[in-house]
Design a protein around this ligand. Structure first.
Ligand SMILES: C[S@@+](CC[C@H](N)C(=O)[O-])C[C@H]1O[C@@H](n2cnc3c(N)ncnc32)[C@H](O)[C@@H]1O
Length: 283
């Protein structure tokens, strides 16, 4: 239950690639954070944790939303992502209440009952043992505190993953199907499983609401450029690892063909299916 694989992944080549793509991800996912912040009514929280904060763009948004009297701690296992977060905060200036910690949120010994908000944008689906991780996080929450996070619905319900994957699979072999509950971006696709995990971890008043959002890939770029960008950050990137350049070009060509209907005004607009999960610390 050490999260060793994820620690290696987020600190290795993949973590470095994510860090390089941070500006794209920040732009792409900003509206999700905005919507989650208002959905969860976070105002009034004084001491928040941003779990799996990555490059910190949503930590900054959270800190700004809570105002100068509140503090926000971004926690992440990834050194490359935290470096991006630190640089971003230094550039933003005057957000003294925001700090970062390199730690495994599943097992780090936080001061008990020291937070009144546990927040995360897509940072909680990577625990080997989610119940033990959420128990640990709940212990850090005050009894009147709350939890709010976003996670992905199934890959098959997310057009931005399903459509490019189908195109890529015309040219590269289908990888072995991983355990759908294994740590990864779609591990929390099953809302009833998420509810059970939080229930078993002691949380109460659990609510899981769908949120659909048109992901906007590209910013004035051609269809070809945008497809290549998406292939590098989306699930197709795993399929392309180690492939010959000629195969990759075939994948890009097929992606262009099927994604053309989503391309408008220099960007691809593709629906994303997300869960917004909220809960209270409970008794
Ligand atoms: C998909 S990224 C999301 C990053 C950021 N929240 C965002 O929305 O841009 C997932 C993040 O969770 C972090 N993470 C994974 N397992 C973790 C753990 N056990 N403790 C803390 N962070 C973890 C990863 O290092 C990565 O930065």
């Amino acid at each position: 239950m050490s999260n060793a694989e994820q620690i290696e992944y987020w600190n290795g080549d993949a973590g470095k690639r994510w860090a390089q793509e941070d500006a794209t991800m920040a732009r792409l996912l900003e509206p999700v954070c905005e919507a989650l912040l208002s959905h969860a009514a976070v105002e009034g929280s004084q001491r928040a944790m941003d779990i799996g904060c990555g490059g910190g763009s949503q930590s900054l948004m959270l800190a700004r939303k809570l105002g100068p009297d509140a503090t926000v701690l971004g926690v992440d296992i990834s050194q490359p992502m935290l470096q991006v977060a630190q640089d971003k905060v230094a550039d933003a200036g005057n957000v003294a209440q925001l700090s970062f910690l390199q730690a495994d949120a599943a097992s780090h010994e936080f001061t008990p009952a020291s937070f009144d908000l546990l927040f995360s944008r897509f940072g909680v689906m990577f625990f080997d043992d989610p119940v033990s991780a959420f128990r640990n996080l709940r212990a850090a929450l005050r009894s009147d505190g709350k939890l709010a996070f976003s996670c992905w619905q199934a890959a098959s319900d997310n057009e931005w993953t399903r459509v490019p994957l189908q195109a890529a699979l015309q040219h590269v072999p289908m990888p072995e199907m991983p355990d759908p509950h294994a740590p990864g971006p779609f591990a929390f696709a099953d809302a009833e499983r998420v509810r059970a995990i939080l229930d078993d971890s002691g949380f109460g008043n659990i609510a899981i609401e769908p949120f659909t959002y048109h992901m906007r890939f590209g910013n004035g770029s051609t269809l070809g450029q945008t497809v290549r960008e998406l292939a590098m950050i989306g699930p197709v990137s795993r399929l392309l690892t180690g492939q010959e350049p000629a195969t990759m070009e075939k994948v890009f060509a097929s992606m262009e063909e099927v994604m053309e209907p989503y391309y408008r005004d220099g960007a691809l607009l593709m629906p994303g299916a997300i869960w917004f999960v909220t809960a209270e610390a409970g008794a």
